[in-house]
Design a protein around this ligand. Structure first.
Ligand code: NDP
Length: 300
């Protein structure tokens, strides 16, 4: 058996097209343009690439993209003044600060400063609490993207056994909560979990969000299971030449695809869903702020 490949790139393109349709209708019917503000502190090259890609895709779906580039030594008070201004700006519906930030700034405090209704990264404790308690949360983009792929592949997730490896606030924990909301029986695994391979063998859905390249092996997989690989790791690729690298997930893709029923590749699986879900969250935040009905299928 060879697993179906879950094409996150194509799904994300379809999602962006649906978002662009909604945005065009919001403009035409209500004169409202969703706005996303992204703050970048310092000049980390990877962060610059992420912010540029976010800006391009924001504009492509017809939203307003606002970018604020602050020097690496920006005083905390200046950053907070900017966040306060964006919190109070009715044209801005989503705010995110690209992490990591320089060490004199606290990521926790930055997130706490953002109005939870504009927290399109879904990291504010209010949103984490709403997610757990079944309220209308802003949901962290990567797990939201994974959920969309799973629903698209499997339909109703009720009663399925799901194992999530990783318990970060960004990915693992919200992923577990989302699957629980969709009536899966969820097990959260982490670095202290005993006999992880045996645990995984009971999973109809396996989500790997670890940061350990190729860790999940074929004999960990229940035949026919759906495997979602969140990991984004750089590994040596001698086949491409000396000193060359390639992206690899947390799952040993080539071996696992012989056992699984469906699997996300890296790249081209979960990765493209993250920015698409950021745009989905911005649209959702805009509709909520404007008292308009939220588009179907963009939230959990
Ligand atoms: P973190 O480092 O915050 O969390 C990793 C988690 O994995 C921790 O809970 C840790 O357990 C657990 N873990 C580490 N080693 C093992 C092990 N050997 N066995 C079992 N569990 C283990 O990472 P993130 O959640 O932020 O990211 C995870 C991966 O997803 C990374 O590769 C990251 O690059 C990628 N990522 C991809 C995104 C995308 O858009 N595709 C977006 C965000 C992340 P413990 O808590 O016990 O330490």
């Amino acid at each position: 058996m060879s697993a179906d490949i879950i094409d996150g790139k194509a799904f994300a393109a379809g999602l962006r097209a649906r978002i662009a349709d909604h945005v065009a209708r919001l403009k035409a019917d209500h004169g409202i343009t969703p706005g996303l503000a992204v703050i970048l502190v310092g000049e980390d090259p990877a962060s610059q690439v992420y912010v540029r890609n976010k800006g391009i895709q924001t504009v492509e779906v017809g939203m307003t993209s606002l970018e604020y580039k602050l020097p690496a030594d920006v005083p905390q008070a200046d950053l907070y003044a900017l966040i306060d201004r964006l919190n109070n700006d009715p044209q801005v519906h989503g705010i995110l600060c690209q992490f990591p930030v320089p060490p004199h700034l606290s990521e926790t405090e930055i997130v706490a400063r953002i109005n939870p209704a504009k927290d399109v990264d879904g990291l504010h404790v209010i949103n984490a609490g709403l997610l757990v308690s079944g309220g209308r949360a802003m949901v962290s983009c990567t797990p939201l993207g994974c959920l969309m792929l799973l629903r698209d592949r499997l339909g109703d997730l009720s009663g399925l056994n799901a194992v999530v490896i990783g318990r970060s606030n960004l990915v693992g924990k919200p992923m577990g909560q989302l699957l629980l909301r969709d009536n899966c029986t969820v097990t959260m695994a982490h670095s202290r979990t005993r006999d992880l391979p045996a645990l995984c063998r009971g999973a109809d859905i396996l989500v790997a969000a670890v940061g350990q390249p190729l860790m999940v092996k074929a004999d960990w997989i229940k035949p026919g299971a759906t495997v979602i690989d969140v990991g984004m790791n750089r590994i040596a690729a001698p086949e491409k030449g000396a000193g060359k690298t390639r992206l690899a997930g947390d799952v040993d893709f080539d071996a696992v695809r012989a056992v699984a029923g469906a699997i996300t590749p890296v790249p081209g699986g979960v990765g493209p869903m993250t920015i698409a879900c950021l745009l989905a969250n911005t649209l959702t935040a805009c509709c909520r702020a404007s008292g308009l009905r939220e588009p179907e299928g963009l939230t959990a």
